[in-house]
Design a binder for this molecule. Structure first.
Ligand code: BGC
Length: 521
C-alpha cells in the first residue's frame, strides 16, 4: 500500500511545553499578518464592479459593460486592463517574497513582518487618494511588496513559535486572518458602494491602512523566534526566550535540537542552490506543487470575482455584493473547523476530504450554469431555485477549500522545511503561490468568456490531480516536531529514495531509534 501518511502520534521525541498564554497571544498577534493579504483579496473584486470606479479609471470597460447588457453574459467584463489592476499586486508580491527570503534569514522574521506592514500602509495611502491609473498601479505594487514580505515571514514565524502539538491550529491563525480580512473587505464594499457621490471606492482602498497598521505595530512588539535568534548567534537569549514561550524550564532537548539545526544550516553557503540538492527533492517539489495546486483549485475565481461572477449569472449589483458577503462568512467559519481538526485528524484527511467536496461542487456548478446559459451566454429568465442552487454549491465549495487547501497550503510548507533551507524554500512557496494567483486573476475573465461554464470543469480536473498527489506523495506531518521532520521523508515509500543515511545528521536518526519505523510503505 503506497498511500498512508506516516508517523503515529506519541512516537519519537516529546518536547515539554504548554500552550502558554504568552505563545497564544504572540501567535494571535502575528497571525494578523494575514489580514493585509485577505483585505486586498476581498476588496479588489468589489471595487472593480463599482460604477464610479470603472467610469473614472477604466471608462472603456464601463462602456463595454453598459453596451453589452443584453448579449453574451460570459464576456461582459473581459478586459486585460481591468484584470491587470487586480493581478499586478501578485507580481510585486512574487518579487518581494524572494527579497524577503534573505531578510527573514539574516535579520529575523520580525523585520520582514515590519517591512510588510509599512509597504502595505504606503500602498493603501496612495490608492485611497488615487487620481490617475498610474497611482493605482504604484499603490498596488507597494501593496504587493507588503504582501510578499508578510506571507513569507508570518507562516514561518508561527510554525517556529508554536509547541509542535498545537502547531497546526496556531499556524492556521494566519489563514483565519486572511479569511477575516476578505470578509471585512466584502462587507465594507457592500456599504461603501452605496455612498452617494461615488467615492466609496476610496474608502475601500484606503481602508487597507488599518490592517497595515495592525501588523506594523504587532511586529514591533512581538518577540523573535528562538530558531531565528539561534540562527543569528543570540544563543543564550534564545534559551531564555524558549523557556518563556514553552512555559517550562526543561527545554534542554528542544534547545539542543534547535542549535543542531542551526549548526547544520551554517554549513550551507547558498540556501538557494542548496535547495536543488537531491536530498531536498521532496521539499522543493512540495514548495512548488502545494501553492500551485492551491491556486488551481480555482478559489480565487470566487474570492476576487464573486461579485462579477454572481453578476454574470444574473444577479443584480446589490445581490452580487451580498452573495460575496455570504461566501466570505462561510470561508471564515469553515476555517475554524480546520483549526479544530488539523492536529486531531491530520493534514492528509483534510486535504482529501476537502478535495472530494470541491470536486462535487464544481461539477454541480458547471452543470447548473451550463444548463441555463448554454454556450451562448444568454440565459433568458432566471428562476429563483437556480440562483439558490448556484450560491449554495459555491458556499459548500468554499467551505471545502477553507478547511483544506486554504490553511494547509500555508501550514504544510512552513513546517516541512529544515532550517537550512527554510527561508529560501518558503520564498519559493510564496512566489509560486503569487505567480499562479496572478495567472488565475489575469486569465479568469478571458477564460470565462471562452470556456464558459467549462471553466469550472477545468479547475475540477486539477482538483482530481492534486488529490491523487496528496494521496500518494504527501506524508502526514501532524504531531511531529518541526526540527524532526526529516523522519517523514525517511520513512516514506517514495521520498525515502532521495534520503541518504548520513543526511540530516541531527535529530532524525535519533528518532528512528526511538521507534519510528517506516510505516508508510
Ligand atoms: C489563498 C488565497 C485565497 C484565500 C481564500 C489563501 O490560502 O492563498 O489565494 O484567496 O486562501 O481564503
Amino acid at each position: 500500500m503506497p498511500a498512508a501518511g506516516g508517523i503515529g502520534p506519541g512516537n519519537g521525541k516529546e518536547y515539554p511545553g504548554n500552550l502558554t498564554p504568552f505563545v497564544t497571544v504572540t501567535c494571535i498577534v502575528a497571525s494578523m499578518g494575514g489580514l493585509i493579504f485577505g483585505y486586498d483579496i476581498g476588496i479588489s473584486g468589489g471595487v472593480t464592479t463599482m460604477a464610479p470606479f470603472l467610469q473614472k479609471f477604466f471608462p472603456k470597460v464601463w462602456e463595454k459593460k453598459e453596451a453589452d447588457k443584453s448579449t453574451n453574459q460570459y464576456c461582459q467584463y473581459d478586459s486585460q486592463t481591468l484584470t491587470m489592476f487586480t493581478s499586478s499586486l501578485y507580481l510585486a508580491a512574487l518579487l518581494a517574497s524572494v527579497a524577503a527570503g534573505t531578510v527573514t534569514r539574516k535579520l529575523g522574521r520580525k523585520l520582514s513582518m515590519l517591512f510588510g506592514g509599512l509597504l502595505f500602509f504606503v500602498g493603501a495611502l496612495i490608492n485611497g487618494f488615487a487620481k490617475a491609473v498610474w497611482m493605482l498601479i504604484v499603490g498596488r505594487l507597494l501593496l504587493g511588496f507588503g504582501v510578499g514580505f508578510a506571507n513569507q515571514s508570518v507562516p514561518l514565524y508561527l510554525s517556529e513559535m508554536a509547541p509542535y502539538r498545537y502547531r497546526g491550529a496556531l499556524n492556521i491563525g494566519f489563514q483565519l486572518s486572511i479569511t477575516v480580512g476578505i470578509l471585512i473587505a466584502n462587507v465594507l464594499n457592500y456599504f461603501f458602494a452605496k455612498i452617494k457621490g461615488g467615492w466609496g471606492w476610496r474608502l475601500s482602498l484606503g481602508g487597507a491602512m488599518v490592517p497595515a497598521l495592525i501588523i506594523t505595530i504587532g511586529s514591533l512588539v512581538l518577540p523573535d523566534t528562538p530558531n531565528s535568534m539561534i540562527e543569528r548567534g543570540q544563543t543564550e537569549e534564545a534559551k531564555t526566550k524558549l523557556k518563556k514561550i514553552r512555559g517550562v524550564d526543561d527545554v534542554e532537548e528542544e534547545f539542543k535540537d534547535l542549535v543542531a539545526a542551526s549548526d547544520a544550516s551554517k554549513l550551507v553557503d547558498h540556501p538557494w542552490t542548496n535547495l536543488l540538492k537531491r536530498k531536498y527533492r521532496s521539499h522543493l517539489i512540495m514548495a512548488v506543487l502545494i501553492p500551485f495546486f492551491q491556486q488551481l483549485t480555482g478559489i480565487n475565481v470566487i474570492m476576487f470575482y464573486a461579485p462579477v461572477l454572481f453578476n454574470t449569472i444574473g444577479f443584480g449589483d446589490d445581490a452580487s455584493l451580498m452573495s460575496a458577503v455570504i461566501t466570505g462568512v462561510v470561508n471564515v467559519v469553515a476555517t475554524l473547523v480546520s483549526i479544530y481538526g488539523v492536529d486531531k485528524w491530520g493534514r492528509r484527511f483534510l486535504f482529501l476530504e476537502g478535495g472530494i467536496q470541491m470536486l462535487i461542487c464544481q461539477a454541480v456548478v458547471a452543470a447548473s450554469i451550463g444548463a441555463k446559459f448554454g454556450t451562448s451566454g444568454n440565459p433568458g429568465e432566471l428562476p429563483k431555485w437556480y440562483a439558490i442552487v448556484v450560491v449554495l454549491f459555491i458556499c459548500v465549495y468554499v467551505a471545502g477549500f477553507a478547511w483544506s487547501w486554504g490553511p494547509l497550503g500555508w501550514l504544510v510548507p512552513s513546517e516541512i522545511f529544515p532550517l537550512e533551507i527554510r527561508s529560501a524554500a518558503q520564498s519559493v512557496n510564496v512566489s509560486v503561490n503569487m505567480l499562479f494567483t496572478f495567472a488565475v486573476a489575469q486569465v479568469f475573465l478571458t477564460m470565462l468568456c471562452h470556456l464558459k461554464f467549462g471553466l469550472f470543469l477545468f479547475f475540477a480536473f486539477f482538483v482530481v490531480l492534486m488529490s491523487i498527489f496528496v494521496y500518494y506523495f504527501l506524508p502526514e506531518t501532524k504531531g511531529i516536531p518541526i526540527e524532526e521532520m526529516s523522519q517523514v521523508w525517511k520513512s516514506h515509500w517514495y521520498w525515502s529514495r532521495f534520503v541518504e543515511d548520513d543526511d540530516y545528521p541531527n535529530g532524525g536518526m535519533e528518532m528512528s531509534k526511538g521507534g519510528l519505523g517506516p510505516k508508510n510503505v
